[in-house]
Write a protein that binds this ligand. Structure first.
Ligand code: ATP
Length: 356
């Protein structure tokens, strides 16, 4: 199920990197960069196992949100492998940061904050911190990687390049950071979008396998990641006017800074012209199966939930989660994600960040 496994059959240039890491002043932070399927996770697994064998305390930060080894997807995770391991899937997470999507698109802030906060945690306990990243390395990915490097300040950057595709990212750090440019193993295998989705499906399914349904009072939590509860309720006049005008049944409506945010169900099929700068709306059904992050008092994610139903009138939500009662007590905040997924692992799509 996990793509990357521990192998010692790696190109020769890995030995030089390994020696440098053995010798480097500790703690040392390493960030692994590379495009999709360049062997980033395989390299991270190799380095971690070899360095564990040398007796170092290792931290892994898995920020490859679309293809994570450490469960669950849509978060960034920190783990401390204690003994040799075959794949990231065996590492039990110590802490997560919630991103809420399976791509960094629209979530650069979360990606950077998450990696930074988890690296700070890792530095308290490990000699060597290995940061695995997503394969998004061109377009805005260059900026994302730059900001990650600027913020996390890795001591060593490892660049897995086929040609020179990482140079735009590396250039500003040439003089400040030790960079190892490594070749991509001849053995790497490509995975199609469909295969990646299938791999993720198995992971979601495994994560939510023993879930239970809870009905929670949303008033007892800080609600974040959404505007749905910002501003104030629309009044009855506004509600009936909008319902009549657009043939909607309004389930929930807020007025936020002069702008309306409406959760609705269509009551008839008519063409509608809506100025989204004034009125933003979302179908009620889009809120079902939405991924939620369960956040503790320190802002870390203790686990995930799936929103099954929300009753806005009495602020009750039905949430499916594998978390046990003890962990549930630690939750102070519920954060809305933008991926819709079912407990059988089927992804129902991504919502736009501004949709709710
Ligand atoms: N040195 C190697 N020997 C054998 N197989 C390898 C090696 N390096 C990578 N692979 C294989 O190539 C595939 C892609 O590798 P890996 O998952 O490590 O890439 P990645 O860059 O982390 O991918 P992603 O884009 O999903 O982050 C995997 O199936 C992996 O087992």
């Amino acid at each position: 199920m996990n793509k990357a496994r521990y192998t010692q059959e790696v190109p020769e240039d890995r030995k030089e990197l390994l020696n440098a890491l053995n010798e480097h002043k500790k703690p040392v932070k390493i960030m692994i960069l590379g495009g999709v399927d360049t062997g980033k996770t395989t390299l991270a697994t190799f380095l971690a196992n070899e360095l564990l064998s040398s007796g170092f305390r290792i931290a892994i930060i898995d920020s490859d949100i679309g293809q994570k080894g450490i469960l669950p997807p849509a978060t960034i995770s920190l783990g401390f492998p204690e003994g040799l391991f075959e794949s990231f899937g065996e590492i039990k997470a110590y802490k997560h940061y919630f991103v809420g999507s399976i791509t960094p698109n629209q979530f650069f802030g979360e990606m950077i904050a998450g990696v930074k906060l988890l690296t700070d945690e890792a530095e308290k306990k490990a000699d060597i911190i290995i940061i695995d990243t997503t394969g998004m390395i061109s377009g805005a990915g260059v900026e994302l990687k730059r900001m990650k490097i600027e913020t996390v300040k890795p001591d060593v950057i490892v660049a897995l390049q086929k040609e020179n595709e990482l140079e735009p990212i590396l250039k500003p750090f040439e003089e400040k950071t030790q960079i190892f440019r490594l070749e991509v193993s001849k053995k790497v295998r490509k995975f199609s979008r469909e295969e990646r989705r299938e791999i993720r499906k198995e992971k979601w399914k495994k994560y939510f396998r023993d879930s239970k349904s809870y009905t929670v009072n949303l008033n007892h939590f800080i609600i974040s990641g959404t505007q749905l509860f910002q501003g104030e309720d629309i009044n009855e006049n506004e509600k009936s006017l909008l319902e009549a005008l657009f043939k909607w049944l309004i389930i929930h409506g807020r007025k936020i800074g002069g702008k309306y945010l409406i959760v609705k169900v269509d009551t008839s099929n008519i063409p509608r012209q809506v100025d989204k700068n004034v009125l933003q709306y979302i179908d009620f059904e889009k809120l079902s199966n939405l991924l939620l992050g369960m956040i503790d008092k320190d802002g870390f994610c203790v686990g995930l939930g799936i929103l099954k139903f929300v009753n806005f009138r009495d602020m009750k939500a039905e949430i499916l989660t594998p978390l046990d009662e003890e962990t549930i007590k630690e939750i102070r905040e519920i954060r809305f994600g933008r991926v819709r997924v079912r407990e059988d692992g089927e992804e129902l799509g991504l919502l736009d960040r501004n949709a709710l």
